[in-house]
Every structure is written in C-alpha cells, then in structure tokens.
Design a protein around this ligand. Structure first.
Ligand code: ATP
Ligand code: MG
Length: 460
C-alpha cells in the first residue's frame, strides 16, 4: 500500500484529504509543519508528498528543496491558493511533480495522486533492481542471482585468497575470463600481472615460445631474447584459455612447470624459476578428453584442484532480467537518443526467455549493446533487435530452449504467429494460398492476422 504524506499548517484540511485518499486505498500521514514533515519522511517509506505552499517558518518551496536533497525522485505535489501561482511555477522549476490550485475537487486530486504514485513505483522498481545488482547479485561485474551463479561467487570468494590452481569449465561466452580475472583481482597477487594466453590461437611452436619465451638465436628470426608469458606472470596469475587444445608435447612441458616451478626458454639451458597461480579454462569437458586419451591424466588432476563450472545462460534464465538491466546501464552512454532506456518490451522479454542463447552472455550482451544504439524510445522493441538474431531465434526454437515454466498459450501463440508470417511471406501475402498451406480456412486466417496485427499490404 502506498503512503502519502500531507503537509499543511491547518488542521482540517489534512483530515479531509486523508479521508479522501484512504477511500482510494492509500495510507496517509500528516504533518503540520515542514520540520515535522521531514521527520516523518525519514522515519517512513513515503511515496508522495502533498504540501501546502504557505506555511509559517518553513514554506512549501523550502520544504520541497529539503525533500529533493533526501530523495530527488520522490514526487511532491504543491497545493496552492489563488495568488500564489508564481510560487507554484517556481516550485515546478525546482522539481515539484505538479501543483494543484485550491480549492480543488477530489476527483482531480485523486487523478494527480494516482499518476504521481504510479511514476514513483516504476522508479522504485528500477532502484530495487539496481540495488540488487549492486549487492548480492553482483560480484566484480559478474551478474547472477541463479543458484548456480551464487555458488560460483561463493567459490570465488573462498579460493581467491589461496594459490591453488583453478579449472574453469563452460561454453563459449559464459564468463570464464571474467571469473578468472575476478579470482586474480581478489587474491593477494592482485598487484602483479594477470596474463592471458589462448592456447588455440597459435600453432604449437609459436605457442611454445609464447609461453616459455626464447633465447637469442633459438630459431630463425629470434633476434633477441624474449620472455615468455610464464615469466611475465611471475608472482601473478597465468590464465590459460582453451587448455583442451594444448598439444601432447606442450602438456608435458606444462606439467613440468607446475610440478617443479621452473622451465627453460626455447633454445636455452638455464632454468628459469617462476611463482605463478594457474587458472585454466576450457569449453570442452576436460574429464572426457582425459578419458578419451587426448588429455594427460596427471596434468588434469594438477589443474583440476578447484573446479568451477559456469552454466550456460539457457539453464539460468532467472538471470536474464538482471543481465538486461546491467547491460542497459553499461551501454547507456552509447545512445544517440536523449531518451533513457527503461527496459525491454514484453515480446522481447519473452523472446529472451525462450531463446537458447548458444553464444551465452556474450551474445546477450551484443544484442543489448546494439539495441541500445538503435532504440529510439524508452523501451527496447523487437524492431531494435538484429534481424538475423530474431529470425535465428525463432528458427532455432526447440523444446529444450523454452523455459520450463513458460506459459503454454503464450508460447503456442508465438509459434502460431511465426508460422502465419512465414506462410504469408511464402505466398507473397495471398491469404487464400497461405490459408491452404497452414491447413486452415481463409476466415480463420483473417481473424488471426487481425489478432496478431500483421501487415499484409492490400492483397487478400
Ligand atoms: N555473469 C555475467 N555477468 C555479466 N557479464 C558477463 C557475465 N558472463 C559473461 N559476461 C560478459 O560476456 C562477455 C564474455 O565473457 P568472457 O569473455 O568471460 O566469456 P568466456 O567464457 O571466456 O568466452 P569464450 O569461451 O568465448 O572465450 C564479456 O563481455 C563479459 O563481460
Ligand atoms: Mg574467453
């Protein structure tokens, strides 16, 4: 129930207003001075302030200014008598939500109040989401309220202070590098380097010299000594991405560094000592790779001291709303339109829930980033999403992709709409042919076209 604070130095007025507003289902508080009003504001959750303009000691304008210091978004409606209209204009400039001229009829007051309270409830909901994101649902920019992500946060908190090796498993785009960095930056090694190497990006020989460095003259082109990533990561963290792609011979060499904490540069004989924490990541099931003989067992167990499994986005759809808000704020600065984006519309929300997100959070982030640039209004609509994404999303729709708690009728109606659109496209909007393809009558098709508000041009 929303609470309205009524401020007036007169006694009767607030009493009457309270009765009217309580009748409408609001809770009311009253105050006879600005000072008393400020006290009540700090003690209770107020959704709207209705204040008289002329009051002894602190007048309405002064009170408004003080309220704006406490909560700049809390709506304040000024009640003003004939003769103080200039003051009302000043109040509007200072951020009042609106003013109402005394004497007023109850209906117009209620209308004003309803609008203001509705606006503030949207603001409060956004705040709630923002706060949630900034506290327990966010760890170093990693967002997630799902159980799976919450336990990932828990593991990061526990393992970061230690030096144990970590293996992160997850599909592409699930945030493996983000987690690796978070472990590093929450560890005592945070002031030293975080060095990342992608093991699948280079050929075996290049990767070897990249990892271990080389001595001058070690091979053609080695014109000077070069330190490898192991040395650069000394006292810090080395992140080996796509570890499943490491060749057998490099697996042996890596094992030796882990065991003995030393290695030789390519073409060198002098051992180099390093103190590193190793975090490895893979989008394969490394245990299976090991069982299939493609990954050394001894190395697997050395890497797999602590294992973090990042779930694909399609298995933690409860994170989608938070991620949406997170990326909307992240890309707010890229907007060309002046209108801030509040969220996504219902159809988009549904598609987000139903889509399988093969590219996981990375794909999700790209979709929002792009929409933020294109969206002209305060809500992201289907037309702001990349066409290949929307097409793809529907074409790929599989039963596994549909949230287990998606309402049946909504999902069916989405599929129905898509099938009708496709049939109309195939028949160049000739409805009799489209109806035949779909196996329904022409009038039935016509009704559905109206229901889904499909644009069929002038043909029928
Ligand atoms: N839980 C999350 N919260 C917020 N942003 C995320 C989350 N997970 C991933 N991201 C964002 O998604 C993008 C991809 O994340 P990252 O590079 O860590 O994924 P990855 O698992 O290493 O992917 P790949 O296997 O393709 O290298 C990054 O921009 C990252 O910031
Ligand atoms: Mg990565």
């Amino acid at each position: 129930m929303e609470t309205i604070l009524i401020v007036d130095d007169e006694k009767n007025y607030p009493r009457i207003l309270s009765a009217v507003l309580q009748e409408e289902g609001y809770e009311t508080l009253t105050a006879q001075s600005g000072k008393e009003a400020l006290g009540k504001l700090c003690d209770s959750d107020v959704d709207l302030v209705l204040t008289d303009m002329k009051m002894p000691s602190m007048d309405g304008i002064e009170l408004l200014e003080k309220i704006k210091e406490i909560d700049p978004e809390l709506p304040v409606i000024m009640m003003t008598a004939y003769g103080t209209v200039e003051k009302a204009v000043e109040a509007m400039q200072k951020g009042a939500y609106n003013y109402i001229l005394k004497p007023f009829d109850n209906d117009s007051l209620v209308l004003f109040v309803k609008k203001a309270v509705a606006m503030y409830s949207v603001i409060k909901e956004n705040r709630r989401l923002r706060d949630a994101v900034s506290s327990q649902y966010c760890f170093d920019n990693i967002i997630g309220k799902s159980k799976a992500m919450q336990s990932v946060f828990e593991i990061i908190r526990k393992v970061a202070p230690a030096s144990a090796n970590v293996l992160i498993e997850g599909e592409s785009g699930t945030g493996k590098e983000l987690v690796a960095k978070s472990i590093h930056f929450n560890s005592p090694r945070k002031d030293n380097a975080f060095v990342a190497v992608n093991c699948s990006a280079l050929s075996e020989t290049l990767l070897e010299s990249e990892l271990f460095g080389h001595e001058k003259g070690a091979f053609t082109g080695a014109i000077s000594m070069k330190k490898g990533r192991f040395e650069l990561a000394d006292r810090g963290t080395l992140f080996l991405d796509e570890i499943g792609e490491l060749s057998q011979s490099l697996q042996v060499k890596l094992l030796r560094v882990i065991k003995e904490k030393e290695f030789e540069r390519v073409g060198g004989v002098k051992p180099v000592q390093v103190n590193i924490r190793l975090i490895a990541a893979t989008n394969k099931d490394l245990k299976k790779e090991m069982e299939a003989g493609r990954f050394r067992e001894d190395l697997f167990y050395r890497l797999n001291v602590i294992r973090i499994q990042l779930p694909p986005l399609r298995n933690r759809k409860e994170d989608i709303r938070l991620l949406t808000q997170h990326f909307i704020s992240k890309y707010a600065h890229e907007r060309t339109s002046q209108v801030p984006v509040k969220g996504v519309d219902q159809e988009v929300q549904r598609l987000f829930y139903e889509y399988g997100w093969p590219g996981n959070v990375r794909e999700f982030e790209n979709v929002i980033e792009r929409a933020m640039v294109l969206c002209p209004f305060d809500t992201i609509q289907m037309s702001d999403l990349p066409k290949d994404f929307t097409d793809n999303a529907y074409n790929r729709l599989q039963i596994e992709d549909i949230a287990h708690d998606a309402p049946l009728y909504k999902t069916l109606s989405m599929v129905e709409k898509k099938m009708i659109e496709r049939a109309l496209k195939m028949t160049n909007n000739v409805q009799s042919q489209a109806a035949e393809i779909l196996g329904i009558g022409k009038s039935g098709l016509n009704q559905k076209i109206k229901k889904f508000k499909l644009d069929v041009g002038s043909k029928n």
